[in-house]
Write a protein that binds this ligand. Structure first.
Ligand code: IMP
Ligand code: MG
Length: 182
């Protein structure tokens, strides 16, 4: 069966993970977080821009006490591969000392972004830092990252949709699409 196809930035992408499958998995992740943090308060830290849709869905599956913050992380490189250089910005709330932080990321590829974020956040002496990522591409992982909550492991395919972009485009699609022929 031929899946749905879209074009983003002049490139062809095909349906890879449907919105129904994503929703089911996000619900499961939320239930696990509810269970693990029962009776505690967490700070959900949404990594912009890519995680805005995932974080919005995840927070609505939580019934524990939680706060919400955002942070920006940009890795420099080509349009489809990341470099080792990461710039963290847009974090105005330094009062996370003693709190339980849950970093919510769309995708971990080389792991450089997550590694830089964890190092940055540790300076503010939170009580704990946990990592939640919707996607992981284990094929290119360079850093030893402890992912506490993971949605899906995927091959080293470039994906868009559900908040993920190609050159800032394609974030609006409710499903996740993979580059055709990749
Ligand atoms: P890392 O630093 O190599 O782990 O890359 C993480 C960041 O690169 C993610 O937060 C995304 O912004 C971006 N990225 C990596 N792979 C993809 C992809 O397949 N589609 C869209 N963005 C990606
Ligand atoms: Mg990102």
């Amino acid at each position: 069966m031929k899946g749905k196809a879209i074009e983003v930035g002049g490139k062809a992408f095909e349906l890879y993970i449907s919105k129904e499958v994503i929703a089911r998995r996000v619900g499961e992740m939320g239930r696990k977080i509810n269970h693990d943090f029962e009776g505690r308060t967490i700070v959900l830290l949404c990594v912009l821009n890519g995680s805005f849709i995932f974080a919005a869905d995840l927070i609505r599956s939580l019934d524990i006490d939680c706060e919400f913050m955002t942070i920006s992380a940009k890795s420099y490189g080509g349009l489809m591969e990341s470099s080792g250089e990461v710039k963290v910005s847009g974090f105005n709330e330094s009062n996370i000392s003693g709190k339980d932080i849950l970093i919510v990321e769309d995708i971990i590829d080389t792991g450089n972004t997550m590694d830089a974020l964890i190092n940055y956040l540790e300076k503010f002496t939170p009580d704990s830092i946990n990592v939640c990522s919707l996607l992981l591409k284990p094929g290119l992982l360079e850093k030893d990252i402890d992912i506490d909550y993971l949605g899906f492991k995927i091959p080293s395919k470039f994906v868009v949709g559900f908040g993920l972009d190609y050159a800032e485009k394609g974030r609006q699609y409710p499903d996740i699409y993979a580059l055709t022929g990749n």
